[in-house]
Design a protein around this ligand. Structure first.
Ligand SMILES: NC(=O)c1ccc[n+]([C@@H]2O[C@H](COP(=O)([O-])OP(=O)(O)OC[C@H]3O[C@@H](n4cnc5c(N)ncnc54)[C@H](OP(=O)(O)O)[C@@H]3O)[C@@H](O)[C@H]2O)c1
Length: 344
């Protein structure tokens, strides 16, 4: 991807969109600020960036907004409302689409509705190219190594806290409504809805985090991305109990910036374990601020698609689209990898 290419960011003035805009600028690209609220766009335009108002209810406005863009990153959630119209506009424009959706049903819809149209046009659509859904998929894919199938994949999220943005809360509400208050898990090779209570158990994260209480089957977007390309019938995700409690607390505080990059003090460890027969492989990554890390994940994906470093067309998850170990290495300024001796 040549520097100076225009990359549209839909939802540019949201918390995650701002991180993506900054990441694009730091890498020498030209972000186009897209969103539905002109006043919020113009407030950002003071930074000297081009703004284009567009609404998901108005396909022509999306077409105008994407004119001249080399790619689009959709950061506007709930994605149940935005993913479909923006994917359609990207396909009409003939440009790659990347989103940061962490809504299981919306991610499923993207695969279900757009796999064929995207492949037929030679387009690339990468949903969940962010902390949830993207990073776990890259880690699982890397941990699998030469395995093409495994019995189980476990993705444990060790968050020090979770102060959610308004977009995260709204997306959780929409997902909850879509599943009529039920829970979802990936077992026996497919998503299944259930009403079972979620177990609390201990997960042994690598040092220095160590053993933590986690909520089992705290199901995240990895249950869509991982099985989209790997033959793993059991995919489970876990969340540190304190972070899960933060998320569900009434009036949960929003993230507060503590450094000049706008990151919060939140730290994370994502620990993955895959099992096949009697063998286990393990890999983890750590860093700061789950919203901030989503920007280099999404922008690295855009760069790789635009420079031809993508393995497939159609709707593809991070692990299917990219050379996963190489992608993770490229994130080393933002992410520390922990590979247990002899583990992978
Ligand atoms: N997968 C991951 O790990 C990950 C990481 C980061 C974020 N996310 C997801 O990304 C989304 C945004 O998060 P955030 O932290 O940026 O939240 P945020 O700060 O609340 O921003 C939400 C953004 O979405 C826009 N938006 C919402 N509904 C829209 C619609 N129907 N049409 C156009 N724009 C719309 C908002 O615009 P208005 O102000 O005009 O409403 C705003 O720009 C959430 O769904 C969140 O779960 C996922």
């Amino acid at each position: 991807m040549g520097a100076g290419q225009k990359v549209a960011v839909f939802g540019a003035y949201g918390h995650t969109g701002r991180f993506v805009v900054t990441e694009l600028r730091e890498r020498g690209h030209v972000p186009l600020l897209l969103g539905r609220d002109l006043d919020k766009l113009l407030a950002m335009a003071r930074e000297g960036l081009e703004v284009r108002q567009a609404s998901v209810d108005d396909p022509a406005s999306l077409d105008r907004a994407l004119a001249g863009a080399a790619a689009v990153v959709n950061c506007a959630g709930p994605f149940a409302a935005t993913a479909g119209p923006v994917v359609e506009a990207a396909l009409r424009a003939g440009i790659p689409y990347v989103d940061v959706a962490a809504e299981i049903e919306a991610n499923v819809d993207t695969f279900a509705h757009f796999a064929e149209p995207a492949r037929a046009r030679g387009g690339v659509v990468v949903p969940a190219m962010a902390f949830y859904g993207g990073l776990g998929d890259l880690l699982v894919t890397t941990a699998m190594g030469d395995w093409t199938a495994a019995d189980e994949a476990h993705v444990a999220y060790g968050l020090s806290s979770w102060h959610p943005t308004a977009g995260t809360v709204a997306s959780g509400v929409v997902s909850g409504q879509r599943r009529a208050g039920r829970r979802v898990r990936h077992t026996g090779g497919r998503l299944r809805y259930h009403d079972d209570a979620l177990p609390t158990l201990e997960w042994r994260f690598p040092a220095p985090l160590g053993p933590q209480r986690v909520i089992g089957e705290f199901t995240m977007a990895d249950v869509v991305t991982v099985p989209s390309h790997l033959a793993v019938p059991e995919v489970r995700t876990y969340m540190t109990a304190n972070a899960a409690a933060d998320l569900s607390a009434p009036n949960a505080p929003s993230p507060t910036a503590v450094d000049d990059r706008g990151r919060s003090a939140q730290t994370f460890v994502v620990d993955v374990l895959v099992r096949s027969g009697g063998a286990e492989r393990r890999l983890s990554a750590s860093g700061q601020d789950i919203y901030a890390i989503s920007a280099p994940l999404a922008v690295e994906a855009v760069e790789r698609v635009l420079s031809g470093r993508v393995r497939a067309t159609g709707v593809v998850s991070a692990g299917a689209a990219f050379d996963a170990p190489d992608f993770l290495r490229a994130l080393s300024p933002h992410l520390s990898l922990h590979i247990p001796a002899g583990a992978v």
